[in-house]
Each structure stands twice: as structure tokens, then as C-alpha cells.
Design a protein around this ligand. Structure first.
Ligand SMILES: [Zn+2]
Ligand SMILES: [Zn+2]
Length: 398
């Protein structure tokens, strides 16, 4: 039987967040390994990539080759690369692929990342065959028997989503993308009928809109609500919430997962170490049809079979421990803050307060500009979606 499997090695966004409150979901940044028959494909090279390297080194055959599809080159998506053991091993072949970042070719990005004073080993000193390839939105390419499609998504720097099809099944990886007021027409097309959609759900709707802290409009991330809306519109089989905020505790991720399941039943939150087998015995040709016919008759989660997990789910005792621990931490922090405030002179504090207030004003201007840009792009995408729908309607009418 052909293998089509997903394993999560890093599920966080922005930065790694190890600690007692995140141990069950995992603290590594974005890295998802896909096995498609003989191919190993890795979505993003966040800190989770280190364990992919360990796994590769313990295997033969498949262990020497991999293709890494980068969504973009923000730190949380590339930081594992210098610590990916196979790049130092002669005979290993690693292809790193991404769409244009708007600044420089991908190889130059990798060279800069691995150069002094940021890192002691230079790109040219790597013993493996490491190759960087730039692709374009809407490109299709083959990796063995798997077919990959690229799409541009919505983020402060250019970002790309990928659809991988293999053996009649499909996985879509779409992280670091902000939802629009409409369902993003590009994403709906990319994810149409996919078995699994891995999607950015960094913020709660309350955080995004500004009901809880500063609004996150224009920051380039999405919510579980938008994820569920997209999953329904694209008729995907299984939604996986991904790119969890670094501040999100295990319990908070579980709460988001539960809220999302009300909107789209077949939803799970990504957790580090968990492996899914995609699909069952049904062939591609009948699968899509059968799935749409049987959608109400059988749970779609049957298409995704959990075959392994890292840490067990949170128990009430653990949750309680976490709360107690966080209480202790808050107390310690406040004691430290008090001590610090006593140590600092009044004059220094007031100078800092002035500087801080200027910085806040400047950052407010920047945030407002980003928000306006995000809004105008939303209008444009939703308008183009309307135009696309209208022309589809005309085509159907004709
Ligand atoms: Zn990210
Ligand atoms: Zn990013």
C-alpha cells in the first residue's frame, strides 16, 4: 500500500515557545513532514526541522533526500535549517523551494542566513547537495509521483501555499495568511475538495478584531472562524488548525479547537509529534464523488486516520498545575518588576517613558498604514471574487 502521511514537527507561529504550558501541543515553530510514497516533502523549516533531520539520519534510502517547500522566509519558517543535520552529510540531497520574496533569490536568502556573524558555518561549506529553487504562483511541478501546486497567499511579505496530491488524495498547507471579508478565492481554489487543509489559526476572533488587546488586522494571520468558513466553502475533508500563537497554552489551544469544531465538525488542532495517515483504500476517481454523496451519512474524519501521537491530551490535574504554576510565575514577575522599579531613578524612568511614547506613536502610524493596506487588498480580492463568480455564473448560464 502506498503511504501518504503527515507528521507535525512544529506547530507554532512567530517564535518557539517551549515551557510547561505548551508542552503537550509543542513549542517548535512551523515544520510539517509529508511522506508521499517514496517522497519526503517538508512544509517549512521552522525549529521543528531538527527532528526531521534526526529521523532522516536514522533511515536508509528515503533518508538521503528531501524537498522543503517554504511558505516564506520569516524566521519562524527557516530557523531550523542551520540545525538540519542532513545539510552537513555528504550524499544527502536537499531541495529548498519557495516563491519570490520580493527582495532576493532564495539561494541568496539561505546564504545570508548561514553567514557570519549570524552563523559559524557558511553555505559553501555544507557537505550535502543543497539546492535552492524559486517557483512562481500557480506553478505545478512533480516530486516523484506527487504533484505540487503553488499559490500566493496574504501576508506582510509574500507568502505561498501548497497543494500536494498523491494517489488520489490531497493535502493543502496554507499558513501565515490573513483572511479577507470574503473567503479568499485563491485559497478556495487551492483547497477545493482537499482531504486535509492545514491552515493558520493564530488568533481568536476577539484578538483579531481588537476586543482582546490591540487589533491584529494587517498582521497577516487568520482565525479559526475564517478557517472553518474556508473549509466549508472549499469542501475539505479535514481542517487542521496550525501556527498557534506562542502565548497559547495547551488548554487555550484545546479551547480554540472545541470552538472551531462547532463551526466545522472535522477540525483538529495541530500538535507536535502527531502523525496522520491521509485517506483509506478508496481510489481517487470514486473518492471525491463518494465523499460528496456520503458527506452527511458518515463522518469525514474517517478520511484521516490518527496513527500516532506525541504527548497525551491535557488532564484536569495538569491544567490545574499549569494554572498554579502560572500564578507563581506572575507573582515572581511582579516581584521582579517591583525590585526593578525601585532600582531605577525617577529621571531615567521619565526619559524612557517619553521615548516609549514616541515609539508608540510611530508604531501606531505604522499599524494604521498596515491596516489600511490590508483593507484595500481585502476589497480588491473580494471584488475580484465577485467578478469571478459572476463570470462563472455567465459561463454556467451559457
Ligand atoms: Zn509564521
Ligand atoms: Zn510570517
Amino acid at each position: 500500500m502506498t503511504t501518504f502521511e503527515i507528521q507535525f514537527h512544529g506547530v507554532r507561529g512567530s517564535m518557539a515557545s517551549p515551557g510547561v504550558h505548551t508542552a503537550q501541543v509543542g513549542g517548535n515553530t512551523s515544520c510539517v513532514e509529508v511522506r508521499a510514497g517514496e517522497q519526503r516533502i517538508v512544509f517549512d523549516a521552522g525549529t521543528g526541522l531538527r527532528t526531521v533531520g534526526e529521523r532522516m539520519m536514522s533511515e536508509r534510502g528515503l533518508g538521503t533526500k528531501t524537498t522543503i517547500l517554504l511558505s516564506h522566509v520569516h524566521w519562524d519558517h527557516i530557523q531550523g535549517l542551520p540545525f538540519f543535520t542532513p545539510i552537513y552529510v555528504p550524499g544527502c540531497e536537499i531541495d529548498v523551494v519557495s516563491g519570490p520574496n520580493g527582495f532576493m533569490p532564495l539561494e541568496q536568502v539561505l546564504r545570508r542566513q548561514m553567514s557570519p556573524p549570524f552563523f559559524p558555518v557558511a553555505f559553501d561549506d555544507l557537505a550535502s547537495r543543497l539546492r535552492a529553487t524559486d517557483v512562481r504562483p500557480q506553478d505545478h511541478f512533480e516530486l516523484g509521483d506527487a504533484m505540487v501546486t503553488v499559490a500566493r497567499l496574504n501576508h506582510p511579505d509574500p507568502v505561498y501555499g501548497y497543494r500536494v496530491e498523491y494517489g488520489g488524495r490531497s493535502i493543502v498547507y496554507a499558513t501565515d495568511t490573513e483572511h479577507y471579508r470574503c473567503v479568499d478565492p485563491t485559497l478556495r481554489k487551492l483547497a477545493a475538495g482537499a482531504d486535509v487543509l492545514i491552515y493558520d489559526a493564530q488568533y481568536t476572533p476577539e484578538e483579531y478584531s481588537g476586543q482582546a488587546g490591540p487589533a491584529k488586522v494587517g498582521w497577516g494571520h487568520s482565525t479559526f472562524e475564517a478557517a472553518a468558513e474556508l473549509a466549508r466553502a472549499a469542501e475539505v475533508g479535514q481542517l487542521v488548525l496550525f501556527h498557534h500563537d506562542p502565548s497559547r497554552s495547551d488548554q487555550a489551544v484545546a479551547d480554540i479547537e472545541a470552538r472551531a469544531q462547532i463551526l466545522f465538525t472535522d477540525t483538529v488542532a495541530a500538535r507536535e509529534g502527531v502523525t496522520f495517515a491521509v485517506g483509506g483504500e478508496q481510489p481517487l476517481t470514486s473518492y471525491s464523488v463518494q465523499r460528496s454523496l456520503q458527506r452527511r451519512a458518515r463522518p469525514r474524519r474517517a478520511t484521516l486516520e490518527l496513527i500516532g501521537a506525541g504527548a497525551p491530551p491535557a488532564t484536569p490535574a495538569t491544567a490545574l498545575d499549569s494554572k498554579q504554576a502560572s500564578g507563581v510565575e506572575v507573582e515572581a514577575t511582579s516581584a521582579r518588576a517591583e525590585a526593578a522599579s525601585e532600582a531605577v531613578g525617577v529621571e531615567a524612568t521619565s526619559a524612557r517613558a517619553e521615548a516609549a511614547s514616541e515609539a508608540v506613536t510611530a508604531s501606531g502610524v505604522a499599524v494604521e498604514a498596515t491596516r489600511q493596506r490590508a483593507e484595500s487588498e481585502t476589497e480588491e480580492r473580494c471584488a475580484s471574487d465577485g467578478r469571478a463568480n459572476a463570470s462563472e455564473g455567465r459561463a454556467e448560464a451559457a
